[in-house]
Design a protein around this ligand. Structure first.
Ligand SMILES: [Zn+2]
Length: 88
């Protein structure tokens, strides 16, 4: 067997498979998400939920639809990386 198992991205609704990262000792490490976009989206979603931020939640719903419409996990989605400050 030469194929590695693939798992779907952790972001709900995402149909891409998770990314891999080559570690310094030559191993492949499976990431939780297909792309940095999904990782940031998930982080923002957790924060919006925690803070009860309805505006951010609405924006995330909009971004989620754009993420779902991508043809590749590397495709850019404007607005995703705009607010990545840690929660206060
Ligand atoms: Zn994803």
């Amino acid at each position: 067997m030469t194929t590695r198992p693939t798992y779907p991205c952790k972001r709900a609704g995402c149909r891409f498979t998770r990314g891999h990262r080559r570690t310094s000792d030559g191993q492949y490490k499976q990431l939780r998400m297909c792309s940095p976009h999904c990782r940031v989206w998930d982080m923002r979603a957790h924060r919006a939920l925690k803070n009860g931020n309805a505006d951010e939640a609405a924006e995330l719903m909009r971004l989620s639809a754009l993420l779902d419409a991508r043809r590749s996990p590397r495709e850019e989605v404007p607005g995703i990386f705009e607010d990545t400050r840690p929660a206060e």
